[in-house]
Design a protein around this ligand. Structure first.
Ligand code: SF4
Length: 413
């Protein structure tokens, strides 16, 4: 069914950002070894309690524990993640894992356990959804994967977004990341949608920092948002601004970090590590900056030849991929860096385990409400919009699972 065109949306304009000097913000990653051990112990206790609550017999609990151990071995090999961050009363270990304690964390463990030892009468496996809510954006980023859709007529209404959230919450999705375009242009809708959502899902917004004022950070937090992913693609202001096509981009991003911190939102800095950027010097300068800003996570993205990059040779060299992997391993697993931000590097695990997108653990919904394997592997696989009672959503999800579109998706997870 054809989606309705929405023409009467009003966007929230960003006021001119004041000039900021680089703030030095308190760390969110736990600095003390004792506290880290205590919080890790609390995660283990919570998991044991949940396993018992879900499965009720020692045999089934044992089966689930073996499955989870095997999963961790596949994902981390011999590495043992030890870093923990604390934000607003919750503990975080991974960007794609809800913080604990929370209903979202319990639901996340439930979905993992249900894969191994089914107990709740469904086969839902989705953990997270990227939901692009607007085609509007004032920037012109080099790597933008939504480039072809940008600044076209809007399709999704607030009611559509609300329905999409409810639909994915009914499928036990425990993290929803609102993207765009620039989702902060629809901050009123973000607030209304999350206020109306039920507990059990962590909500994040992925932003360039545009319109991320102190007031808006507070509104997001009060509405129930957990965190914000802020794009920062270089530690040098001029290079970040050139990459983003905006003279205000660096200032907006850094200021957004400070406001999010103040509001009690978890902060993830997202870095598109281009071939030009990827040197050891740049990576460690970036890490220093992230540490100074007190962020919880750094996300490393590899450039892909889609959207604005379509047709360009943007792949990193094997030596650069090795540099990124070395950076990831040192930052997360070397004791010298236990108090630095936690690095999320999906590409590292994707190369070893295969892809978790294509509706296996995550999927992408674009600004028309159509589903894709992931934000970078775009091939429309049916609509997620609730336009009719029997609108083929389940069939589209099932088809997405079998199709995927990236060679990594052939490997089993
Ligand atoms: S990457 Fe994001 S911020 Fe940049 S142009 Fe695209 S939608 Fe806008």
């Amino acid at each position: 069914m054809e989606a309705t065109l929405i023409t009467d949306l009003t966007y929230v304009e960003a006021p001119a950002a004041p000039v900021v000097s680089l703030p030095s913000l308190p760390p969110t990653v736990v600095q003390s070894g004792l506290k880290r051990s205590l919080l890790t112990g609390l995660f283990q206790l919570a998991e044991a309690r949940l396993l018992w609550r879900f499965l009720r017999t020692p045999a089934r609990v044992g089966e689930a524990i073996r499955y989870v151990e095997e999963l961790k071995r596949e994902y981390y090999g011999d590495l043992k993640p030890r870093k923990v961050a604390r934000v607003a009363g919750r503990s975080y270990r991974e960007y794609y894992e809800p913080g604990r304690p929370s209903a979202a964390y319990d639901a996340y463990v439930a979905t993992t356990v249900n894969r191994a030892v089914p107990f709740r009468g469904d086969a839902d496996t989705l953990n997270l959804v990227f939901l692009a809510i607007t085609k509007k954006c004032p920037l012109a980023c080099e790597h933008c994967f939504e480039w072809d859709a940008l600044n076209q007529k809007e399709v999704l209404s607030r009611a559509d977004i609300q329905d999409l959230v409810a639909r994915f919450q009914a499928r036990h999705v425990t993290q929803i990341f609102f993207s765009g375009g620039e989702p902060m242009l629809r901050v009123n809708d973000l607030v209304a949608v999350v206020e109306a959502a039920r507990p059990g899902t962590d909500f994040w917004v992925i932003t360039s920092g545009f319109n991320f004022t102190r007031e808006n950070a507070g509104r997001l937090k009060r509405a129930g948002f957990t965190g914000v992913t802020i794009s920062l693609d270089h530690h040098e202001p001029a290079r970040h601004n050139a990459f983003r096509g905006s003279a205000q981009a660096y200032q907006n991003a850094v200021q957004a970090v400070a406001f999010a911190h103040e509001a009690g939102l978890v902060v993830n800095l997202s870095l598109c590590a281009t071939a030009e950027f990827t040197t050891g010097t740049n990576l460690w300068a970036y890490a220093e900056l992230a540490r100074q800003l007190g962020v919880t996570f750094i996300q490393l993205l590899e450039p892909r030849a889609v959207g604005h990059y379509a047709g360009q040779a943007v792949d990193l060299s094997p030596a650069q991929l090795a540099l990124l992997e070395d950076f990831y391993l040192k930052m997360n697993f070397a004791s010298d860096y236990f108090s630095w931000p936690i690095v999320h590097y999906y590409g590292y695990h994707q190369r070893r385990m295969g892809c978790a997108g294509a509706a296996d653990r995550f999927l992408y919904v674009d600004t028309d409400g159509d589903m894709h394997a992931c934000p970078f592997c775009q091939k429309k696989s049916g609509s997620a919009l609730c336009r009719t009672a029997d609108d083929g959503f389940d069939a589209a999800l099932a088809s997405l699972k079998t199709r995927g579109c990236h060679p990594f998706s052939q490997a089993a997870l």
